[in-house]
Design a protein around this ligand. Structure first.
Ligand code: SF4
Length: 300
């Protein structure tokens, strides 16, 4: 960075890792840079916003007495929760700004209703009393790496066994991709283990898009493996931060990336790197100086 160029005010050095940002780096290091360091704005999407809305309804429903947690009651909460979301994030109004007749909004709200209704075929909220909802968790590993995230729901059985539950408004992945989906859950399990000294008994992903429930019962060895993976990932992020080398990793997921206009893979130029470059990347074995940083693969 030249001395005359000031970093954008929002630029920052990464200081902690969440499952989403870890997944970003594994998907594409340059995407991680755009999101975490440059903090480039992204357009709200209908799918992501619908997910936020449905999560809000499922969380709020537990405020009601158990017998009142019915599908009609949950669906009736959608308009008010949408208003609440718009109030806290007015930019979401852009999604339907050109929908003068309100048809797209009505269809979108209808899709949210279907997702909420499907939840009742997968779980029975009248028989659940979550210990926590939308629980923010954070812990620091011995290495100094801080892990953080928000867990949709934590259930604790009378025996003390812990179940971590996450709602997904998309469809369940094919079995060969389920490990990637479980990575986030193992991340949370590791955080709970470090915070409470209890290995969660069960990890449960509830897919409202397809009506599937994916479960996994972790053991300590799983969590130690995820911890090693995260430490390796953090080391790669630290190195990229110091060298300013954030390699694009094009995949079919680029179709959903908001940053193609500034991505070299699509003919764009990234913004000036906003952080001080403190070291050059050491050459890897067998390369002369222009090698590629190998992204870390999802946890096995
Ligand atoms: S367009 Fe693809 S390669 Fe470029 S930053 Fe986005 S995800 Fe990475």
């Amino acid at each position: 960075m030249s001395t005359s160029e000031q970093p954008p005010s929002g630029a920052r050095t990464p200081s902690s890792l969440s499952p989403s940002r870890a997944s970003d780096f594994m998907q594409c290091p340059l995407l991680y840079r755009f999101r975490v360091i440059d903090r480039l704005p992204e357009k709200p999407s209908e799918a992501a916003t619908r997910g936020t809305l449905v999560h809000a309804v499922l969380e709020r429903l537990f405020d009601d007495p158990a017998v009142e947690r019915t599908a009609p009651r949950a669906k009736s909460m959608i308009p008010a929760q949408w208003d609440r979301l718009l109030e806290s994030r007015p930019e979401l109004g852009e999604l339907f700004a050109e929908d003068a007749e309100g048809e797209r909004l009505a269809r979108w709200l209808g899709e949210a209703e279907q997702l909420v209704e499907r939840w009742f075929t997968l779980e029975d909220p009248t028989r659940l009393e979550p210990a926590e909802r939308e629980l923010f968790v954070e812990t620091e590993l011995e290495s100094g790496l801080r892990l953080r995230g928000v867990i949709d729901r934590v259930d604790v059985a009378p025996t003390g066994e812990v179940r971590i539950v996450d709602y997904k408004t998309g469809k369940a992945p094919r079995p060969e991709y389920s490990e990637g989906a479980l990575f986030q859950m193992k991340f949370y399990a590791l955080v709970i283990w470090r915070l409470k000294r209890v290995v969660p008994r069960r990890l449960q992903l509830v897919y409202l898009g397809s009506g599937d429930v994916l479960t996994y019962d972790p053991v300590e060895a799983d969590l130690l493996r995820v911890e090693r993976k995260l430490l390796a990932l953090w080391e790669a992020i630290r190195l990229a931060t110091e060298t300013g080398e954030w390699r694009p990793r094009p995949t079919k997921l680029c179709g959903w990336c908001d940053h193609q206009a500034v991505c070299p893979e699509f003919g764009g130029t990234p913004p000036v790197y906003p952080l001080e470059i403190v070291s050059a990347r050491p050459p890897e074995a067998g390369e002369s100086g222009q090698g590629r940083m190998v992204p870390v693969e999802p946890a096995p």
